[in-house]
Design a protein around this ligand. Structure first.
Ligand SMILES: [Zn+2]
Length: 390
């Protein structure tokens, strides 16, 4: 087994120029969610050249794809997921281009090293993680249901795995009032901005009296047009999060009441539009350990215990269907926050390149262990079955 893993690493090293060319191309051609056409073109071409069967428009998403490679008959099906969307106005501030490069490299290397081990390797291009959460419709369409395990990587300030992620809902609160001249006829106006401000305050009070894992945070996205016009339209956008969906739903009821109460108090109307919903991640310790062990074996640096403080990710929805884990691979100094210029710059730095190569090895190594060791896979699936119910 050690022998094959060494061959996987050597194969990945031999593909360094191809893998890093993918990394650098996507980095220098940043595309925001659902517009990642150049990235998809590049990745599907590379995979098709290496005997993957490519399917595009998966789950009706123009920039989602699936690429399948079958080795022998039967065996486990391992899903390798990657993102490639950039941040509007910033470029690759979350390192998603590194996922595209390392996952593609890992998948291609596996096809060349499996020998007579039967398995199916499926690469999934999952669009728009930052905006509309492409994995959510993919999960709803049942795209991942047949997988034995789903793996992905994400760049980070340390090498670790996500212990948990928060269930989350994102809303637009749209208030409508009635415009009027603010000096001549204020009595005829109803200020939508008043509705937003009162909702903001009500939610500030609510934030004090929730469980400590609950996060409520928002911004005002439209506060009116001019001081001399009573705003007839105003809006705010909020994220509400908690450790688990069940509890989050109880908090959402209180959030809605606060927002509706603000509308009633100000004589405005409010529409609550849900923009996105993600679930909390289902944690499988054995799978997390497998990823970290492989990260260590591959030579990743700054190994840390599983992250306990996290945000939310649409990958969590995938883990409600099949066992899944995400490896974070260090490429920036500890404490450097994502969605910053530092992350953008580091994405094509020597450290960034090194992280992409190490991630490819760690992911390919993990997939190989799952394929070569049926007992390990059984153990993971048994732990998942319990965690999923609990
Ligand atoms: Zn990200």
């Amino acid at each position: 087994m050690k022998e094959i893993k060494r061959r996987i690493y050597e194969t990945i090293d031999g593909m360094e120029s191809v893998i890093l060319a993918i990394n650098d191309f996507i980095h220098s051609h940043p595309e925001i969610g659902n517009q990642e056409f150049q990235a998809v073109e590049l990745l599907t071409r590379a995979l098709a050249e290496h005997r993957f069967e490519v399917e595009r428009n998966v789950a009706g998403l123009a920039t989602a794809f699936k690429a399948t490679f079958r080795n022998g008959d039967g065996g486990p099906t391992i899903g390798l997921l990657c993102e490639y969307d950039a941040l509007e106005g910033m470029g690759h501030g979350c390192g998603h281009h590194m996922q595209a490069a390392s996952i593609t490299g890992a998948a291609i290397a596996l096809t060349q090293c499996l020998g007579d081990l039967s398995a199916t390797i499926e690469v999934y291009g999952t669009p728009a993680e930052e905006t509309t959460s492409g994995k959510v419709p993919m999960v709803q369409a049942g795209v991942f249901d047949h997988l034995d395990v789903a793996l992905m990587m994400h760049a980070g300030d340390r090498t670790t795995v996500d212990g948990k992620t928060l269930a989350m809902n994102k809303f637009d609160f749209i208030f409508r009032g009635k415009s009027a001249h603010a000096a001549i006829a204020p009595d005829q106006g109803v200020s939508a901005l008043d509705g937003v401000l009162l909702a903001y305050h009500a939610l500030e009070y609510l934030r004090e009296h929730v469980r400590s894992d609950v996060k409520i945070h928002g911004v005002i996205t439209n506060g009116g047009v001019a001081p001399n016009i009573v705003p007839e339209y105003a809006s705010a956008q909020y994220y509400v999060r908690a450790n688990d969906r069940q509890h989050l739903n109880t908090v959402l009821e209180r959030v809605f009441n606060a927002v509706r109460g603000a509308a009633m108090a100000t004589g405005t109307t409010v529409t609550i539009e849900e923009k996105k919903a993600t679930e909390n991640k289902i944690n499988v310790e054995r799978l997390n350990r497998l990823l970290l062990d492989n990260a260590i074996e591959a030579g990743c640096e700054k190994i840390s215990p599983p992250r306990t403080s996290t945000g939310s990710t649409d990958f969590a929805n995938v883990t409600h269907r099949v066992p899944g884990a995400c490896l974070r691979v260090a490429f920036v100094p500890l404490g450097t926050s994502s969605h910053t210029e530092e992350w953008v710059r580091a994405g094509v730095s020597p450290e960034g390149h090194k992280a992409v190569m190490l991630a490819a090895k760690a992911i390919a190594g993990s997939a190989f262990d799952l394929i070569a060791d049926p007992e390990l896979l059984k153990e993971i699936q048994a732990e998942y079955a319990v965690a999923h119910q609990g």
